[in-house]
Each structure stands twice: as structure tokens, then as C-alpha cells.
Write a protein of this length. Structure first.
Length: 734
């Protein structure tokens, strides 16, 4: 299946001023005030984005080639980032290993326009490394995804705004049970326990030295990556924490068992945020889990401090760390190219090189196994639990949706498969697929079709792209020869999208993203009056006027939510659909069976407008997981004068806001003009196509795709230059 080459719709405004590039002398210098002013005025309240942190990195690890890139005037910049050249026309974020968040203050993806062209020399791309997506404006990210992004890490936080008791009671039972066991061991050993926080500038250097001695004795010392006495890392952290301690923004927390330093953490503060920079523990005391006990005490102290709102782990979270967290988000790498043609050239070159290499090895610690099932009814209980865990994100990730799709659309299709990846016996990824046969090979698609408004593999958030390689290898073996993979429509902001794309690249495939459609949605207000007040006066007047007109002429509305009136509702829906402008369904039982499924699950909101005994409008809304999806709308055009669709949409909107208390209403597929009037926000759905260049058909597909992406931007640019200039507007009164 060829990729959709339609350009993405970008509603974000263009940056009003160009980027300016300023040299740095291993310090932000006079630009430090502007840096902090932007950091404190926007979403950047993170200790690693404080100018003092960036300055310490530059002092200790800068090489003099770093530059500051500024968008906007010096006194009020809109965006800032520190870059350094990497060679061959590529620049990247200044990012020593001591920083888990890159030195960039960028809120909106549209701010990146013109950045590459502003750099000295003939720069062709910029790698913006370790972007904490918490600092990015989510609306801008959804409406204009970055040109290319890759998930780097999954970081976590603990909200400390409530009581510790409430936080601890919400932790998994296994975690609480294990912690009680470790505490009993300490008590039985009659070890004195002392937890202390060192914040005095005069004492903090000694605390860092104790930390270095402890970490250098462990596995990091053996690997040569430890903060050790006298090394550059120790000097950096002593300098960094001493500066921050002058304003009370640094602390080293120690846990002592008897006379032994058992665990230590280095932390920084930025307003209400506390970030854990470094963690170590005495490995010989492993039976007491000193690191875990230390973390529990740190969280308890943070919850008792009203000035602290969150504790940031600044790590790539493990399943154990996720069990401690109350929130998680992605840290990503973004790639910005000079123009689309160069992006296409780089992508194709990278794919060709990757196809010539063997895929990297999966970590030995991961015992991977891939299971293949022909039908959803054969999925084991723990895989069904994995589906349930992800179904809250979208009804279309749920088992009932998959079962209906399988039964009505793919009935009798022998190429449907459910691939399950297990790591250490636990299911961590599920990829439902269907394969189509071409002349020279098969294309593997995600299990969906035009009924699907959102598709995604179900992947546990901590899974890395490398871990998915056994899954992809199993799919290629099962459907050999595979010429391409094709997945659409997906959420380009999601971790699953980025993890899958990165895994396909690691597997040596040529991966290309493509725009599918715009998606309008509503962030649900508190109630119906608040929603109405947010609409324009013309729409409010139309709803009121048409509702009254319909009622005056004998019309009425009905919303069916359960099985009691389902048979009558299905007949009415079918009558309306047959009289509407809609083309007949190629799978006529898909929607009726979906309606029955939704009724059985408690998801159904089937709205009908009646004129006497005749149904004249019908809409299928699906409410699940706190969201309302507007799945099908139709009306009889003979009754268009009543605007029955508008009246029914208003009634259903009032229902889901006042009775279901949904947090989001989703209009699903398309940028139809009328949807903007009902919704508040827009995001995009994108797809992935990945060509297997180890096959002749895959290589041919890759070459066609690459040619289109490299040549078409130049042709469009040439056509724009040759286009005649618009005629000047006539003067008024002429």
C-alpha cells in the first residue's frame, strides 16, 4: 500500500523573527539573565534548565565551539538553545553525560523554522537532544509534530502535593509488602537508621566527596563511569552544588545504617520542583535495599514540605521505578533538517546503510519469546490483561473493538495474526496485523481499515526499540517474504509510534512518516452552560432556533444507551443511513454489531431525531475511558431545513458533559470545516511505512518513496518561483 503523501496541515503561526547565533566562551555570560527570564516565564521550571546548571556544564565540559541560538529580541527571547558542531553539516545540543535534559528552551515546534539556516557554514540538520516533553506546549506538539523524533527515555515523577500516607496507600501491594520486609530486616539487625539532608554550602562539598567514595566502590566504579574522588565528575558536582547551595537550591540526602553510609542522592531545586541528579548505595548492604529505603524517606520528607510539588527522577525508568511514580513522560531526540529534500536524502541514506548491517543484538538479560495467534479468542489471560491496561487510551485498542473488526471485516482472512512479545515470560507488546500479497512479496499492515480512526501497537512504556527486534524478526519470518510494513493512522506524539519507528529502523528497514488526517477534539469543560458559552453566538442561536423549530413541528430526540431499545434503534439507524448522502457500507454488519457491542459494554450513546414515527437523523457516539468518540453521523436530507444533525449533536454533547462527565470529545477523522465549530483543539494522525530493502520489491518501493520525497519539494519550490505574481488589489472606489 503506498504512503499518503498529502502535506500535513500546520495551523501554528510562523516565527515573527529569525534566529540569531551568538558565540559562547564556555559560559552563558551576559545571556544568563535572558535565559532565566524565559525559563521562569514559561514551562521550563526544571533544575537542569537553570542557567547555573548550563554554565557549570560549559565550564567543565565545553570546548569553546558552543553557540547560543536565540529566537526573538535579546530582552524577550521566544526560544533559546545551546548547540555545538558535530561535523558534516550537523549540529547538536550541547549535552554532556551529566545532563539528562538538553540545554534548550523551545516550547513550540513551529519555533524551529529557520534554525538550521541560521547556523554558520552550510548546516544541513540539527539534532535537538533530550527534550523533556513536559516543557513543550502540548497543543503545538499535537498540531505540528516535529519533523522527526525518537524516544530516548521514559522519565518519571512523584507528585508530593498530597500527604505521604495517601501516596503510599496508592502504591502497588507488592512494593509496600517488600518495603515492610526490608524494614523488618533492619530492625532485626538492630542497625541504627539516620536519614539526613545536607544543604549548608560549607558542608555540601564533603557530602559530594562521600558520595564519590561510595559510588566508586560499586559497579559504576568497576565500569569506569562513577563519580570518584578527584575525577572531573566530582569536581563538576562540587562546583555545581556549592553554587546552588548559596540560594538553598541544592541538597545531598544520606541514609546511614549504623556507622555506614548506606545510600546517597544528589538533588537540585527549581521552584517547587526537586530533581534527583545522582543515586548510589552500598552494594554490600543489598539485603536491606538501602536505595529503596532512602527513596521512601526522601519522598516522605518532600510530601511534608508544602513548597515542594514534584520530585523528578531524571532517569530512564525501569518497571520498579514506575511503581514508585505518579506520572511519566517521554524524553526525546528531535531532528530538524534544512528542507524536506535533505530530510528525504538523509532518511534514505541512513536506511541503505542500516540495511547492509546485521540488526543489533538484544540484551542478554532479556529472555525474549514471540507467540503467534490466529484469532483473538486464543489470546492468553495475561495478554488480555495487557489489552485492558491500554484500552483506557482509546476504545479502538480494546478487545471488543478487535473482535468486531476481526469478525466483520476480516472474517475468513487467513492472514490475520496477533504477535505477542514476551520478555522474561511477561507479555510486553502486542501487534495485531494482517498481510496482503503482492507480486514480489507481502505487505504487513496493522489490523485496521477505514473504520479505524486510531491504531497502535500495545507496548509497555518502558520497552526500548531494541527489545522489539525479536517481534519484527518473527513477523518477517512468518510472512516471508515481507516487502514492507504499513501502519496508519497513529498518534505521532505517542511513545508507541516513536518506539515502533525506531525499532523498524534498527531492523534495517527504510522508515518514512506520512500525514493521514487532522483530528478535531474538545477538551471538555465543566458543564453544558460552560460549553455553550465557549461557542460563537451564531452557533448558539442556531442550536436554540432549530431545536424550537423541530419541537414545534412535532419532532423529538432520543438517546439510546442500553439494550432495552436496541432493536428499534438499529432499525432507525439503518433507515436514516439509507436516506442520507452516505454511500452503502461495504461491510454492512460492522456498525450494527459495533452498536450491539457498545450496548453490552455500557459505551453506547445512539442519538436519534424523530419526526412523528420517522427517524430523520442518527448519530453513534461511543463513551469509554472518560472519552466520547463521535463515530457515525447521518441525516435524511429531505428534512435538512430543521438542521437535525446540529440539534442532535448539541443534545448528545449535553448528555456526555452532564451525565457522563467525559474529559474529551473526539470528532475522529478529518478536517471538515463544521467540526471546528464544535471542537476546541486540533491534532494530527500520521502513519509509518517501512520498506525491507533486502527484497527486490522493498528496494523498489523505497526508491520510489525516496525519489518522491527528495524531488517533489524541489519541484514545488520551482513551481512557486515560476508562478506569476498576484495582481495588485484594486484601489477602493476605482
Amino acid at each position: 500500500m503506498p504512503s499518503n503523501s498529502k502535506p500535513a496541515v500546520n495551523l501554528a503561526p510562523a516565527p515573527p523573527q529569525p534566529w540569531v547565533v551568538l558565540p559562547l566562551q564556555r559560559s552563558l555570560g551576559e545571556h544568563g539573565k535572558a535565559w532565566d527570564a524565559l525559563a521562569k516565564s514559561a514551562r521550563f521550571r526544571h533544575p537542569m534548565l537553570d542557567s547555573r546548571f548550563v554554565d557549570a556544564l560549559l565550564r567543565h565540559f565545553g570546548n569553546g565551539t558552543e553557540v547560543l541560538c536565540r529566537l526573538g529580541p535579546p530582552e524577550a527571547p521566544q526560544a533559546l538553545c545551546v548547540l555545538r558542531p558535530r561535523g558534516a553539516g550537523t549540529w547538536e545540543t550541547f549535552l554532556p553525560s551529566q545532563a539528562q535534559v538538553g540545554a534548550q528552551l523551545v516550547q513550540r515546534t513551529d519555533q524551529l523554522a529557520g534554525l538550521v539556516a541560521a547556523l554558520p557554514g552550510w548546516a544541513v540538520r540539527v539534532e535537538l537532544l533530550c527534550i523533556d516533553t513536559d516543557v513543550i506546549d502540548p497543543e503545538a506538539l499535537a498540531s505540528a509534530p516535529p519533523p522527526e523524533s525518537m524516544m530516548h527515555a521514559l522519565t518519571v515523577r512523584v507528585s508530593t502535593e498530597g500527604s505521604f500516607e495517601q501516596y503510599w496507600n496508592d502504591r502497588p501491594k507488592n512494593l509496600r509488602h517488600n518495603m515492610r520486609r526490608y524494614e523488618r530486616r533492619v530492625q532485626d539487625a538492630e542497625l541504627g537508621v539516620r536519614f539526613t539532608g545536607i544543604r549548608d554550602p560549607a558542608q555540601i562539598g564533603d557530602a559530594v566527596r562521600r558520595y564519590a567514595e561510595l559510588e566508586s566502590r560499586g559497579w559504576k566504579g568497576q565500569a569506569g563511569t562513577a563519580l570518584a574522588p578527584g575525577n572531573s565528575q566530582e569536581r563538576f558536582y562540587i562546583d555545581l552544588l556549592t553554587v546552588h547551595a548559596q540560594s538553598g537550591d541544592a541538597a545531598v540526602y544520606e541514609l546511614w545504617l549504623g556507622d555506614t553510609l548506606a545510600a546517597s542522592r544528589i538533588t537540585l531545586f527549581a521552584g517547587p520542583t526537586q530533581a534527583i541528579l545522582k543515586t548510589t548505595y552500598e552494594e554490600s548492604l543489598g539485603q536491606y535495599a538501602p536505595g529503596r529505603q532512602h527513596l521512601r524517606m526522601l519522598i516522605e520528607e518532600a510530601c511534608a514540605d508544602p513548597a515542594r510539588h514534584s520530585l523528578e527522577f531524571c532517569t530512564d525508568a525501569t518497571p520498579d521505578q514506575l511503581s514508585w511514580s505518579t506520572g511519566q513522560r517521554q524524553v526525546e531526540h528531535w531532528t530538524v533538517h534544512r528542507n524536506p529534500a535533505i530530510a528525504g536524502l538523509f532518511g534514505t541514506t541512513r536506511a541503505v546503510v542500516a540495511s547492509l548491517r546485521s540488526p543489533p543484538a538484544v540484551p542478554v538479560a532479556e529472555r525474549s519469546e514471540v507467540q503467534v495467534f490466529e484469532h483473538s479468542s486464543a489470546l492468553p489471560k495475561d495478554v488480555l490483561q495487557l489489552i485492558d491496561e491500554h484500552a483506557g487510551a482509546s476504545m479502538q485498542f480494546s478487545l471488543p473493538w478487535l473482535q468486531n473488526l476481526e469478525a466483520q471485516v476480516f472474517a475468513g482472512n487467513t492472514a490475520v495474526r496477533y504477535f505477542v512479545l514476551r520478555i522474561n515470560d511477561a507479555p510486553v507488546a502486542l501487534l495485531p496485523t494482517v498481510a496482503t500479497q503482492g507480486r514480489l512479496g507481502r505487505t504487513v499492515l496493522g489490523l485496521g481499515n477505514y473504520y479505524t480512526a486510531l491504531l497502535s501497537p500495545l507496548i509497555q512504556p518502558w520497552i526500548k526499540p531494541l527489545s522489539l527486534l525479536p517481534l519484527l524478526a518473527a513477523i518477517r519470518r512468518h510472512h516471508a517474504p515481507v516487502r514492507a510494513f504499513h501502519f496508519e493512522p497513529m498518534d505521532p506524539v505517542s511513545g508507541a509510534y516513536k518506539t515502533l519507528a525506531a525499532a523498524l529502523r534498527l531492523d534495517g528497514l527504510a522508515v518514512y512518516r506520512f500525514f493521514c488526517f487532522g483530528n478535531w477534539y474538545l477538551r471538555a469543560p465543566a458543564d453544558w452552560p460552560a460549553y455553550l458559552a465557549s461557542r460563537d453566538s451564531k452557533m448558539r442561536s442556531n442550536i436554540k432556533r432549530m431545536t424550537q423549530k423541530l419541537a414545534a413541528d412535532g419532532g423529538r430526540l432520543e438517546i439510546i444507551t442500553d439494550a432495552a431499545d436496541l432493536a428499534r434503534g438499529l432499525v432507525a439507524y439503518g433507515q436514516v443511513y439509507a436516506q442520507s448522502w452516505k454511500v452503502p457500507e461495504p461491510y454492512p454488519e460492522f456498525v450494527p454489531e459495533l452498536i450491539r457491542t457498545c450496548a453490552a459494554q455500557g459505551w453506547l450513546r445512539l442519538g436519534l431525531v424523530w419526526m412523528g414515527e420517522q427517524p430523520i437523523a442518527a448519530q453513534l457516539w461511543i463513551v469509554a475511558g472518560g472519552k466520547a468518540d463521535i463515530y457515525k453521523v447521518a441525516y435524511d436530507e429531505a428534512f435538512k431545513k430543521y438542521s437535525p444533525g446540529t440539534v442532535l449533536t448539541a443534545a448528545l454533547m449535553q448528555h456526555v458533559l452532564e451525565r457522563d462527565h467525559v474529559r474529551e470529545v473526539d470528532f475522529l477523522v478529518g478536517d471538515d470545516g463544521y467540526k471546528k465549530g464544535w471542537m476546541s483543539h486540533r491534532r494530527e494522525r500520521w502513519g509509518l511505512v517501512a520498506y525491507n530493502m533486502r527484497t527486490l520489491a522493498g528496494l523498489a518501493g523505497c526508491l520510489r518513496e525516496a525519489a518522491g520525497r527528495i524531488v517533489k519539494p524541489w519541484l514545488r519550490k520551482l513551481a512557486a518561483r515560476r508562478a506569476p505574481a498576484p495582481a495588485p488589489a484594486a484601489a477602493e472606489g476605482s
